[in-house]
Design a protein around this ligand. Structure first.
Ligand code: 3HC
Length: 695
């Protein structure tokens, strides 16, 4: 079998094709193949020049990240990219890179080690390594400033920005844009090239480091703000500045040291895990690649509240026409206003092009909404009886092949499906608020949901630019099922002596976008109370009453009421409530709840270990297909920092035996809420990573 690098001759030109599907990533074998090709080129007098190109839909999209280990434990083999890059650059004959598709990371570095570059229209170029917690490690931080100028290179490398072939040409990063056959034009280019032009010898575009920062309008604070708590973007900045400060070889050595430090750090392991986890969610058990998805030509949305409006905006922004129905005239008018404002905002921010969005109709009857719809999404109040009646009505008025979806965040999809004569066309589409912004879409597969319906939901998510995660039909699905025990702990800790601000900060200072009590205020404490009561009815071990019941009874249901765990001003800014602390103490005294001093570490252990344990339980029950799906749900929908890899990856980083010890102690002290998951216990016993668990 031929290797991933295949050479052939076109008279005096050596053609070097990289053929390593799916994205021609630089694996050890590809590097070895390139080394052999360089030897072949150097060894034959008949060869005057070489052209490197990629087979299939792209040049090289980066180093093979699968070869980077998931967790930095002990020694590991490192791939020496620079040896190959230097062999290409130091070949005494011209080497032309023919670029198309995505020329990213190690791919762009290989292109820059070549002497000339020609790109097809539509090519994307960049050094996105910071998004994986890395910096370029094959000379990118030293060669890109020499070709594109230090200022733009700094932005591209420290922020991970990509550019198109037109900008690349203007910057001088590439030499030509192909107008016809890419490889043929690269061969012509190679024939005409007189001598090799090494990137390392270009110093004209380097400037002193301060100038480089100011040209790029970048400083450490800007980078640190954009990538809060992340180490790679700052290391990238240092590496690019080293290009301006040091001779090439020394700059390369600085890059190698910083690359190695990032690669060995926990953030790269977490971000690489997140990258592959997001790709894994697209693989769904029992769903064949060839299952045809239905085109959604028009969507009916039932309910003009916050969720209905957000969902309408998400569809409209993707160019899908929407008909929205709400029984209340005031709600219809408010929805029309708010949707138009949101769309105008998206246009003025350049997120959508004027005229590119779908058309909106607001109608007064369900029949009008249903006419011609290929999908109807119900987004009415979270009450099983109300939702059932909406499903019954939709079943009666929508075309027979129309899919029916519920935006429920907890309720039983099978019960809703049973209210219709088309259970195979019923699916849960749980959007997160604001629905036109949040990336996550939980797709709930009911007992009878057909493969075609599921495939349509997944294709729709892609069109809406959302990350879809398929969940089984159990109470709370994946996200809220795990969120409930996490919040329950936060509430308990706040009644056992920690201030609400301390509880929230223990988690936001760890990287969570919001603290759990502040999330309660945002979503509505009454909503969480309903969920808790329903969960208790279904047999989950939650407290029958918590301090949040008192808040709800006083009408302090969160932001919408101006008060909850915090007080809110007119701009919804959270302010501490001095009286609340006294009320909590009285509540605790009345119930004999002891008060104590809490450390942030303890707060994190109690909340995050409850989250992780529930995640492991739902894996045992088969609600999710793989542990990394849970990580995607939390990163894309619940503000979990991607650089911590999600809750299940965090579990492995903390150490499962440590978590098991704490769970076991709390189970002995406090009972069934803390029963350690069998799966987690098993993984702790056998030393298996829980984040890589699949059904
Ligand atoms: N290494 C290994 N596998 C990779 C990969 C990489 N760098 N990039 C993509 N893949 C795999 C994906 O896992 C997926 O595999 P699967 O089909 O088995 O799930 C397949 O390629 C297709 O990827 P996508 O589903 O993401 O396909 P898209 O067409 O949506 O996107 C892409 C293609 C834009 C190339 C996107 O995959 C991407 O952004 N990849 C990462 C690019 C990157 O970060 N490169 C830098 C790597 S680090 C580096 O180069 C270090 C160097 O400086 C030394």
């Amino acid at each position: 079998m031929p290797g991933p690098v295949v050479t052939s001759r076109q008279d005096s030109i050596l053609l070097i094709m990289i053929d390593n599907p799916p994205v021609n990533a630089l694996s050890r074998e590809v590097l070895a193949g390139l080394d052999a090709a360089m030897q072949e080129a150097a060894g034959s007098e008949e060869i005057a020049a070489a052209v490197i190109f990629g087979a299939g839909s792209t040049f090289v999209a980066g180093a093979d990240v699968r070869a980077f280990p998931p967790i930095a434990r002990g020694e590991r083999p490192m791939i020496d990219f620079n040896a190959t890059m230097n062999r290409v650059e130091n070949l005494g004959k011209p080497v032309v890179a023919a670029l198309h598709g995505t020329v990213l990371g190690g791919g762009l570095e290989l292109a820059m080690a070549c002497h000339y570059r020609i790109a097809a229209p539509g090519t994307t170029l960049g050094q996105p390594e910071v998004k994986l917690g890395l910096i370029p490690g094959a000379g990118g931080t030293q060669r890109l400033p020499r070709l594109a100028g230090a200022g733009r290179a700094l932005e591209m490398i420290a922020l991970g920005e990509t550019i198109g072939e037109r900008e690349a040409l203007e910057l001088g990063l590439i030499d030509a844009v192909a107008s016809g056959g890419l490889v043929e034009e690269a061969v012509e280019f190679a024939r005409r090239a007189e001598k090799p032009r090494r990137t390392r010898d270009h110093d004209a575009k380097l400037v002193d480091p301060e100038q480089a920062e100011s040209i790029a309008a970048l400083d450490r604070d800007t980078v640190a703000k954009k990538f809060k708590w992340q180490v790679a973007p700052l290391a990238a900045l240092d590496a690019v500045l080293a290009a301006c400060r040091l001779p090439f070889e020394e700059g390369l050595a600085t890059e190698a040291r910083l690359f190695e430090e990032c690669l060995r750090g926990p953030q790269a392991a977490a971000l690489i895990h997140s990258f592959f986890a997001e790709r894994a969610v697209t693989k769904v058990a029992g769903l064949k690649r060839e299952t045809a998805a239905r085109e959604i030509e028009r969507a009916a949305i039932i309910g003009g509240g916050t969720m209905g409006r957000g969902i309408a905006c998400a569809f409209l922004a993707a160019g899908i026409p929407v008909t929205l129905y709400d029984a209340e005239q005031a709600a219809r008018e408010a929805a029309a206003r708010s949707i138009r404002e949101t769309l105008d905002g998206l246009i003025s921010k350049g997120r959508i092009k004027p005229g590119s969005h779908g058309t909106l109709s607001i109608v007064e009857t369900m029949e009008e909404a249903a006419a011609g719809a290929s999908l109807a999404v119900e987004a009415v109040f979270e009450d099983a009886a109300i939702k059932r009646s909406v499903f019954q009505a939709l079943d009666a008025v929508t075309p027979a092949d129309c899919l029916l979806a519920s935006n429920t965040s907890t309720l039983d999809i099978d019960e809703l499906a049973a209210a219709t004569r088309r259970p195979e066309r019923v699916v849960g589409l749980h959007f997160f608020s604001p629905a036109h912004i949040m990336r996550l879409l939980e797709v709930v597969r009911g007992r009878e949901t057909s493969p075609e319906t599921l495939a349509t939901a997944l294709a729709l998510a892609k069109r809406l630019r959302k990350t879809a995660v398929v969940s089984g039909n159990r109470y709370g699905f994946i996200g809220n099922r795990m969120f409930m025990p996490y919040r329950e702990q936060a509430v308990e800790i706040a009644t056992e002596g920690a201030s609400p601000a301390l509880v929230d900060q223990a988690l936001t200072n760890w990287g969570m976008a919001m603290g759990p009590l502040a999330v309660g205020d945002l979503s509505g404490l009454d909503v969480f109370r309903l969920m808790r009561r329903e969960a208790i009815r279904l047999g989950f071990h939650y407290e029958a009453e918590t301090f949040e019941d008192i808040l709800c009874e006083q009408g302090r249901t969160g932001q919408k009421a101006g008060a909850g765990w915090y007080l809110y001003d007119a701009k919804r800014k959270a302010l501490p409530d001095a009286d609340l602390q006294r009320e909590i103490r009285e509540y605790a005294a009345g119930r004999g709840i002891p008060q104590r001093v809490w450390s942030c570490r303890e707060i994190r252990q109690r909340t995050l270990f409850a989250l992780i344990n529930e995640g492991a339980r739902l894996l045992e029950e088969g609600v999710a297909e793989r542990a990394s799906d849970l990580d995607v749900v939390y990163i894309c929908g619940y503000g979990f920092p991607a650089w911590r890899g999600g809750p299940m990856h965090t579990a492995d980083v903390v150490g499962l035996p440590v978590i098991l010890d704490v769970l076991t102690r709390l189970y002995d002290e406090q009972g069934p809420f803390w029963r350690p998951s069998e799966l987690l216990s098993e993984c702790a016993r056998t030393g298996r990573r829980i984040a890589s668990w699949t059904r």
